[in-house]
Ligand binder design. Sequence first.
Ligand code: FES
Length: 266
Amino acid sequence: MAVAAIPAGQGVRPAVNLRVDRWWLQPAVTFGVLLAFVIYATWAAFWPHDFVAITPHGNRLLSPFYSPCITSHCGPGNLGTSWHLVSWWPISAALLVLPFPLAFRATCYYYRKAYYRSFWLSPPACAVPEPHKRYTGETRFPLLIQNIHRYAWYFAIPLPLILLWEAIKSLAMHPGVGVSLGSLVLFVNAILLGLYTVSCHSCRHICGGHLNAFSKGPTRYWLWRQVTKLNVHHMGLAWISLVFVAATDGYVRLVAAGVFHDPRFF
Ligand code: FES
């Protein structure tokens, strides 16, 4: 972090930005990527067409934004394994599913830092003054809601497993079993989302928290160490999984619309 020299005798001026490096670059990129994702995800959630593709190999590719598809809107070829718990839902099936990953991601400790800086400029970067006069933190409504994160984790943890199940199902082709590019995309997406969910700070606390001595809980200590190794990469996993889940939705839509034919490897 580069800062300008303070002229002798003037002391520290806390309200002045003394940084002369490109401190604005990171919040600007964060702003651009998050905004692009929000726009794309909103469009995908409210455009309930082409979110499931039945390929010429006979397998089904389901967009992660619509998984698990618990309405009857998944179209033909769902192999009888979709959970049609809700048959009366009149609008996009994604709106029944997305609140859970949305609550988890929006309250993620890493994303909070990212969007507090890039959207609220609070502060925009280290050692850069923020425009707001008062700071109340997360002790009052609405930011008090951020504290649901640890509970949102419990709802989020089944989702990568469901996506993994969807990926496994996509291997069912005609004839027999095979692997296509779409299947691989679904697998990679499920794994990335799984790593992001397991590397969560709350998961680390669930594994190793409330223990006075690790020697009293060797299994939890082992779990805590494994999650800690992943937790180091939480920021990277947050970005990669975010971009890849949108890319997976885009891939399925292109195949479903007939723009692209899902190649089968074997
Ligand atoms: Fe990021 Fe929990 S801290 S998902």
